[in-house]
Design a protein around this ligand. Structure first.
Ligand code: NZQ
Ligand code: ZN
Length: 386
């Protein structure tokens, strides 16, 4: 195992009817900005639960953060934070609202002139305005990590940011919230969490036995609960396992001591920026091609995953590794997720070249666990995904 340091300060409050616990967690003297998305929380009762729990606190609201949180809209919220002397942020939503709130947490204390620099210049946020989350959509793990991804429509960019100052103080995870999530978003959540595990696992063996088994157990759990969650999101047992698997998939634990890849996400983010395709769906488009293209470098882990997660017993390492890619693709398709770019847009010609050029311009010359995935290889992978 590689050396590592692990610190995750986020307090998790998990379980039925836990939103009412907000009352004990938010400091009484805080001036809170409550942030939410397009309004689903007003239809499903989560907003009312939050408002009741915050009855004794000074709260201002900011709604309308869209899926793929948009910089221009967040800048409106930043003005309110400054004008109203806000001291605490509360995100009530999925990854988009939580990521938007993380950006605001950083931007509120940012000393430069242009907060977009936080994203383009890779400025690590050592300190942010304190914030907490009420998770409404299991998927990203943003509720227990310190990363965020922000979109800017004006420049068709989607860039990541983060730093140790951007962990939520606490996150409330009530699995009952998934009952109102549309099937498309449930499938997205399963796919996103599944791919998060793959990004931290599908590299090369280094003998980190426990880390591998943590990762495999999350994959197995997601495979087991996926049909139950899609069939009946009010199945509380399945919802609980689904929600906790998504959090555990990207809270820092399984990445420690092992190499990581993340190239699937970097390519996927470009497809969202260029075509507006849901984040999870871009991963399902890229992952199979990425694993086929990097087959030689990844086949040991692909075969191990095939054996342990998909129970593939027949054949040699190459056979098992190849079958594992096929199983993964079939799993996404069974969730209702298309796995080719041409399933989402007719305008795909030239996409691979555009993404290769963007990576070159940004100096992203070697992605992946070996820092060897150059822009020309990225181009080939994206083309394979057409
Ligand atoms: O906007 P509202 O009305 O709330 O509706 C949302 C939105 O339309 C809806 N929704 C959420 N909870 C619901 C619900 N509808 C009914 N009932 C509920 N309980 O679902 C839609 C999608 O929400 P969104 O927050 O966009 O989805 P998700 O959680 O998948 O987040 C995606 C974003 O997270 C980023 C992605 O790039 C994308 O921008 N990611 C963040 C990561 C991180 N911070 O660690 C890692 C990920 O890899 C990912 O990149
Ligand atoms: Zn993701």
């Amino acid at each position: 195992m590689n050396n590592f340091e692990l610190k995750n300060p986020t307090k998790i409050i998990f379980g039925k009817d836990t939103i009412e616990k907000l009352e004990n967690e938010i400091p009484k003297d805080a001036k809170v900005l409550l942030l939410y998305g397009g309004g689903s929380i007003k239809k499903n009762g989560i907003y009312d639960q939050v408002k009741i729990a915050l009855a004794k606190v000074d709260v201002i609201e900011f709604g309308g953060i869209p899926a793929n949180p948009e910089y221009a809209i967040l800048m409106e919220a930043l003005k309110i934070i400054k004008d109203e002397n806000i001291t605490y942020l509360l995100a009530v939503g999925g990854g988009s609202v939580i990521d938007g709130t993380k950006f605001l947490s950083a931007a509120a204390l940012f000393e430069g002139d242009n907060p977009w620099d936080i994203l383009t210049q890779n400025i690590r946020s050592e300190k942010g305005m304190p914030f907490a989350t009420v998770l409404t959509l299991p998927a990203t793990g943003s509720e227990m990590n310190s990363g965020a991804v922000i979109t800017r429509a004006e420049t068709k960019e989607k860039l990541a940011m983060g730093g140790p100052g951007l962990f939520p103080v606490f996150s409330i995870l009530d699995p009952q919230v998934i009952t109102s999530i549309p099937e498309r978003q449930l499938a997205n959540g399963i796919t996103d969490a599944f791919t998060h595990v793959l990004e931290q696992y599908m590299t090369y063996p280094i003998g980190a036995l426990l880390q591998d088994r943590f990762a495999e157990s999350i994959l197995q759990t997601l495979i087991e609960v996926a049909p139950k969650v899609l069939k009946d999101p009010s199945d509380y047992k399945a919802a609980s396992d689904f929600m906790w698997s998504c959090t555990m998939a990207l809270n820092g634990l399984i990445q420690k001591g092992v190499p990581g890849d993340w190239a699937v996400h970097m390519m996927g983010h470009e497809l969202t920026a260029l075509f507006g395709i849901d984040h999870a769906r871009t991963l399902a488009v890229i992952a199979p091609s990425h694993y086929k293209f990097n087959f030689e470098a990844k086949k040991e882990k692909l075969a191990q995953y095939g054996e342990r997660v998909w129970n593939i017993a027949e054949g040699n390492t190459d056979d098992k590794a190849y079958a594992a890619i096929k199983k993964t693709e079939a799993f996404f398709q069974k969730l209702g997720i298309d796995t080719k770019l041409s399933d989402y847009t007719k305008d795909y010609e030239g996409t691979a070249e555009e993404i290769g050029k963007r990576f070159t311009d940004r100096g992203w010359l070697g992605l992946g666990e070996h820092q060897s995935l150059s822009p020309d290889k990225v181009e080939k992978i994206v083309k394979m995904a057409y």
